[in-house]
Ligand binder design. Structure first.
Ligand code: PLP
Length: 395
């Protein structure tokens, strides 16, 4: 109900390329590999340096990365997006360019392992981080401080599938003028648009749902247009020009993409854009398969618990039903006998024992032994990760 209807959604994405004027009638946007962009008159080059629309150097943008950015903006129904070499490049660029030493942020205690690791880096840089159970917005409310700049959550947390009180936190952020950042990687803009719960910025690892083929890395940051940047204290004077609506993304683009350099290649941008065109079909199908598998596993005598948002037994099932069109491709389960964890993975024929998510192939991984090994048993316990948890990414 919060997602656009299927035909509109996909039709827009598939026809977006032609709107910018296809060369030679090509119906796919071409891959622009040029690093430099030249002009006949130096005045035109100067204009681009001074803020006019145009290209100068591929670390900032190419026509191919811009075509992908507009597809993502369209899907999230935002006002602009920036694409990065990976999801983590986008997440780090966003944190490091919008926060300063002395700031405080509230972060879901259920986040992707590498995002969790970044919290340590931010703390070392003098940013105060509170990790809370975001399934109750009261926990977020209790953690807010006068210098809280941002609340960061994942729509469906990897790997525990926890779902935040999405609209409760949105209302809280709005009331306190705090930036609400939602990592929408697992749900994707097809199943859920974070703009509907008041998110100011939306993150997507394009490597996952949007690319969907397991053949290209990428990430994006989208501004939904809902956050009032004019009151945000960390915008550099250089970017406090023109309409305040553009200030935040402008700072992330200049400081986070241009200076930090995590630029997406045009080749990868093209592959991800092709993947995006089939997002709705893949999400419908993988969600249906994942639900069937979750229901089957839940009946299995060797299985202690199945975590999948569309199962009535899921602790935040009501949130999932309220906000998501379907449950997506990720499910996790725990065995009654933890000692069987590796044997179960090894016995399966079709799921490939590999890390990663949202490939066309089904992937399986024991969580505690691999992606959450570095976190250690205490952190795993606070994140709700049982030692026998197995994660499936349904292809
Ligand atoms: C994979 C993932 C990321 C990081 O994306 P990469 O493209 O692998 O860097 C961030 N958030 C979530 C929820 C993810 O699943």
């Amino acid at each position: 109900m919060t997602s656009p209807s299927t035909p509109r959604f996909t039709t827009h994405i598939v026809h977006a390329d032609r709107l910018s004027g296809a060369e030679h009638g090509a119906i796919h946007a071409p891959i622009h590999t040029s690093v430099q962009y030249g002009y006949n008159k130096v005045e035109d080059l100067i204009a681009v340096f001074q803020g006019a629309k145009g290209f100068n150097y591929a670390r900032q943008s190419t026509p191919t990365t811009v075509a992908l950015e507009s597809k993502i903006t369209q899907m999230e129904q935002g006002q602009g997006s920036i694409v990065f070499a990976t999801g983590m490049a986008g997440i780090c660029a966003m944190f490091l360019t919008l926060l300063k030493a002395g700031d405080h942020i509230v972060v879901s205690q259920f986040v992707f392992g590498n995002t969790n690791s970044v919290m340590g880096t931010l703390a070392d840089l003098g940013i105060q981080v509170s990790m809370v159970d975001v399934t109750e917005s009261a926990n977020v409310a209790a953690a807010l401080l006068p210098h809280t700049r941002m609340v960061f959550v994942e729509t469906i947390a990897n790997p525990g599938t926890q779902i935040p009180d999405l609209d409760g936190i949105g209302a809280l952020c709005k009331q306190h003028g705090v930036l609400y950042v939602v990592d929408n990687t697992v749900a994707s803009p097809y199943l859920f648009r974070a703009a509907t719960v008041g998110a100011g910025l939306v993150i997507n690892s394009l490597t996952k749902s949007i690319g969907g083929q397991g053949d290209a890395l990428g990430g994006s940051v989208t501004d939904t247009g809902q956050f009032d940047w004019s009151n945000y204290p960390n915008i550099n004077v250089a970017y406090r020009k023109g309409d305040p609506k553009g200030w935040g993304l402008q700072q992330v683009r200049k400081k986070g993409l241009r200076d930090m350099g995590g630029a997406l290649s045009s080749h990868a941008a093209h592959q991800l854009a092709l993947g995006a065109e089939t997002l709705s079909l893949r999400m419908d199908r993988t969600s249906a398969t994942a639900l069937a598998l979750a229901q089957w596993l839940e009946q299995h005598p060797a299985v202690a618990r199945v975590l999948y948002p569309m199962l009535p037994s899921h602790p935040q099932h009501h949130q999932a039903r309220k906000h998501f069109k379907a449950g997506s491709w990720m499910l996790s389960f725990e065995l009654r006998d933890p000692a069987q964890c590796l044997a179960v993975c090894n016995r399966l024929q079709i799921p490939i024992k590999a890390t990663g998510l949202a490939d066309t192939r089904t992937l399986i991984i024991p969580v505690a032994h691999t992606i959450f090994w570095e976190a250690g048993p205490e952190v795993r316990a606070t994140m709700g990760i049982a030692e026998s948890m197995i994660r499936l990414s349904v292809g």
